[in-house]
Design a binder for this molecule. Structure first.
Ligand code: NI
Length: 151
């Protein structure tokens, strides 16, 4: 595994729309492993492929230690409720803000074996789903921020 460089705010890579993964290759699996290592090393709870310079629809999330979630070609298929909580991003170090997100989110995605699955999450996990999936469409949490917090 290797630690990857995290793209920072200002780099136009973060504003691009990512392409779907057509075929899961050994490179895809290495990327997933490396993204997980990079995210953990940076103390983050989510990381999207464009944040490591790869414009593909891939994200990793870990809000519960030791239980990483790998998402390939993810899509939000249901959401409910509302929450306004604090959010930050590894690509925008030092910036924090309150965003408005759904409280419950269900995502459909492919796992590393290419099998489709559905996963639901509330609160922090719901925020992470929204945040990471936004990255795949070139969106950042500051776009949705209702209030910026000073560090
Ligand atoms: Ni982020």
């Amino acid at each position: 595994m290797a630690k990857l460089n995290i793209v920072k705010y200002g780099d136009e890579t973060l504003r691009k729309v990512c392409r779907p993964v057509d075929k899961i290759t050994p490179r895809t699996l290495t990327l997933l492993d490396d993204m997980l290592e990079t995210m953990r090393d940076a103390d983050g709870c989510g990381l999207a492929a464009p944040q490591v310079g790869v414009l593909r629809r891939i994200a990793v999330i870990e809000v519960e230690e030791g239980k990483p979630i790998e998402l390939i070609n993810p899509k939000i298929i249901a959401y409910a409720g509302e929450q306004q909580e604090q959010e930050g991003c590894l690509s925008l170090p030092g910036r924090w803000g309150i965003t408005k997100r759904p409280k419950h989110v269900t995502v459909r995605a492919m796992n590393r074996k290419g099998e489709w699955f559905e996963i639901s999450g509330s609160d922090l996990l719901a925020r992470a789903f929204c945040h990471e999936l936004d990255h795949l469409d070139g969106k950042l949490f500051i776009d949705e921020m209702v209030k910026e917090l000073k560090e």
